[in-house]
Design a protein. Structure first.
Lengths: 90, 160
């Protein structure tokens, strides 16, 4: 899959499973858009490696962005990761 | 005092002490590193303990329960969520039916790592911990008298 300079792979963690959205998204997509796309994809079972879950809810998940790095064979594209939040306290 | 946390495995052993630099008296901030630890150890993970300021029976905040639910949904398993105050400890577990319905149970017997969590939360270093342990054991009749250096350290700490 070719990833454009302004695009990113989206990595999703849900129910002890991990996988990527089928298609890249714009790297500067809003957090809300990423949550919406991921929610729809998991509910529909569209992510390889993650079982469909009609109750998937990413409201309390963090959207993190990691810029592309490396060159040539070592090159890694932009990545967006959506994972559970981890703060505690008041 | 600043909040601190600890990741606990299924054997009840601490796997990782969580005391990020940007923690405060009342909060542990979101941490990518903590999530990586939880994810990498998900097969042997029992839960996570964290400290609250003050004394009395500790209960979870809204931030706490939304984090409990998010982490459990990501890992696909239920966990134990311990909370310490200066003198009490409880463990929270999901009881349902709501997504955020967690109930705290006060623990009569605390796990062995509870005091270290409180000490890290209080910002005590290794030597300070050893000094307090030596003095406490002596007062309880369980050990020899603390050294002159330890007595001096306690005097300075207590401004005696």
């Amino acid at each position: 899959m070719a990833i454009g300079d302004n695009e990113a792979l989206v990595n999703v963690t849900w129910a002890g499973q991990n996988g990527d959205l089928q298609d890249p998204v714009a790297y500067d997509s809003t957090d809300g858009d990423v949550r919406q796309w991921v929610t729809e994809a998991v509910r529909a079972g569209d992510i390889a490696g993650i079982d469909a879950d009609a109750n998937a809810n990413f409201a309390d998940y963090i959207v993190q962005r990691f810029p592309a790095k490396g060159e040539g064979d070592e090159a890694k594209p932009n990545r967006i990761m959506i994972r559970p939040k981890t703060p505690f306290g008041v | 005092m600043k909040e601190a946390g600890v990741v606990i495995d299924l054997q009840g052993r601490p796997l990782y002490w969580h005391a990020p630099e940007d923690r405060t008296v009342g909060s542990l901030p979101d941490s990518h590193d903590l999530w990586e630890i939880l994810w990498e150890n998900r097969e042997i993970l029992a839960g996570f303990g964290h400290s609250h300021p003050g004394s009395g029976q500790p209960g979870p905040s809204h931030t706490d329960v939304t984090t409990f639910a998010a982490i459990e949904s990501g890992l696909g398993k239920r966990l134990d969520w311990w909370i310490t105050s200066s003198d009490k400890m409880s463990v929270c577990r999901w009881v349902g039916p709501g997504r955020l319905t967690y109930a705290p149970i006060v623990l009569v017997q605390e796990p062995s790592w509870a005091d270290r969590l409180r000490a890290i939360s209080a910002g005590l270093t290794g030597p300070q911990l050893e000094t307090r342990r030596a003095v406490l054991n002596y007062l309880l009749g369980k050990g020899s008298a603390p050294t002159a250096e330890q007595v001096q350290a306690i005097r300075q700490e207590w401004q005696m």
